[in-house]
Design a protein around this ligand. Structure first.
Ligand code: SF4
Length: 443
């Protein structure tokens, strides 16, 4: 099989990072060499995202850059995988002649061979048509960044069909990975020096619900979380993303009992108004959501709690928007991942006639960020003077001899420390705080 030089560009969520890491592992095991410079590569692989229009526009503008090189040397050959590839890849292959391989999220397993084949010509489309079909990559991830941390996707797709979300249409219906596959992968990573594992999925809490009547019929996410946490040598276990409807008490029990399961939870609320939550098809009310938050904080008083929030959902009145503002004031999250609503073609919400005008969406977004930045700052300033354990991950983006790491509650901490301390767990005294991160000194 032909090999050469490849370059991977990853957009979007951690599941795409994970897919990118596995594809890297597969390509290098086939003798390919990686380059960071796409213009230097024989094959360029885009792991694409469709969650918002902006993510897709980034890929389209990147694709345009290859025209001069393609017209001159008929390279690089481009591969599109992931959500955008599934949603619009076939059109992109028609529009950009250098797009030679297009594969949906459930055809990752076919990609390395198709890339090699495309070097000899031809265009290959492997879109996900049959939701039960899965050609997955049987290859452990080869993380680019910190060798001490890794993600593991535990399930593909989603059955929730929130009315604004494209995921069920591009990643397919919910499908749990086999328990043994996840456990074997986790053990393999720990044996290679990984000390922190994050279990990921669109909705990890429903793990196992599709295990039918086999041996694992009553096996649930809490069971998997417990088993992974029992792997010797694993210092930290995290998981994301949860859905409030499926956040069952047994998960909290495991988090309370298992010291190495990190008390950091991302629990997307998306809106504060019951009417908007109903029209989003989120399946819970404001009161039910806050009750879940209450249960979590009662069980785990030290928990770090973050959420996702969409502003400007079609038909959201100013008063309903203010209910989102009052919700974040009441819940006091450590962090809010906020976004202005972005219509996704093919979703029920995008077809609505009562879209909110972009300037008003932007106004609502900055209001939420302003309120949350005050709350996060107050919470983070409360950490000053405390001594906290941090896993020093990587050099901090702003440099200056700083390393960046995370607490068990998933707060970012910047510490002055030598590079060789990367991957180490260290006690840090917090000396300063901003809305987005803490600063500290090594003890
Ligand atoms: S839970 Fe809703 S928002 Fe999340 S991936 Fe599923 S459909 Fe999308």
């Amino acid at each position: 099989m032909r090999d050469g030089v490849f370059c991977i560009k990853v957009y979007g969520c951690q599941m795409n990072v994970y897919d990118g890491d596995r594809l890297r592992g597969a390509m290098t095991s086939l003798g390919w060499t990686e380059t960071a410079d796409a213009l230097d590569a024989d094959a360029v692989i885009f792991v694409t995202c469709s969650i918002r229009d902006k993510a897709e526009q980034k890929v389209i503008s990147e694709l345009g850059r290859f025209r001069p090189l393609w017209e001159k040397n008929k390279r690089p050959k481009v591969t599109l995988i992931g959500c955008m590839a599934q949603r619009t890849g076939a059109n992109l292959a028609r529009r950009f002649p250098w797009v030679r391989v297009v594969a949906g999220p459930r055809h990752m397993g076919d990609v390395p061979a198709l890339i090699a084949e495309s070097m000899d010509g031809g265009v290959f489309l492997r879109l996900d048509e049959d939701p039960s079909e899965m050609a997955d990559l049987e290859c452990a991830p080869l993380p680019r960044g910190n060798p001490h941390k890794a993600f593991i996707t535990i399930a593909h797709g989603c059955d929730q069909f929130c009315s604004y979300c494209i995921v069920p249409y591009v990643r397919g219906r919910f499908a749990s990975r086999l328990r043994e596959d996840v456990l074997n992968e986790a053990r393999g990573l720990v044996s290679r020096g990984v000390r922190e594992i994050t279990l990921i999925g669109q909705n990890v809490n429903t793990y196992g619900k599709d295990f039918g009547n086999g041996t694992c019929k009553n096996y649930r996410f809490a069971d998997l979380l417990e088993e992974v946490s029992e792997i010797s040598g694993l210092r930290r276990v995290r998981f994301t993303t949860s859905h409030p409807v499926d956040f069952s008490g047994d998960i909290l029990d495991v988090m309370k009992r298992r010291a190495n399961v990190c008390p950091g939870i991302n629990l997307p609320v998306q809106a504060g108004s019951d009417k908007v939550l109903r029209e989003m098809n989120r399946k819970y009310t404001r009161a039910e959501y806050l009750a879940t938050v209450g249960r979590i904080r009662e069980t785990l008083p030290e928990v770090g709690l973050s959420t996702d929030l969409i502003v400007g959902f079609p038909g959201e009145s100013r008063e309903e928007f203010e209910e989102s503002v009052s919700l974040i004031e009441e819940a006091r999250f450590d962090l809010v991942h906020s976004a202005a609503y972005s219509p996704r073609e093919g979703t029920p919400a995008a077809a609505r006639s009562d879209q909110i005008a972009p300037p008003e969406r932007a106004r609502r977004l900055s209001k939420i960020n302003e309120v949350q930045s005050r709350i996060s700052s107050e919470i983070n300033r409360g950490q000053i003077g405390r001594v906290i354990e941090v896993l020093l991950d990587e050099p901090a983006p702003k440099g200056e001899g700083l390393l960046q790491g995370r607490t068990v509650t998933d707060k970012v901490v910047l510490v002055k420390a030598p590079a060789e301390m990367t991957g180490r767990f260290r006690s840090v005294r917090i000396t300063d705080a901003s809305p987005w991160c803490l600063e500290g000194e090594l003890l």
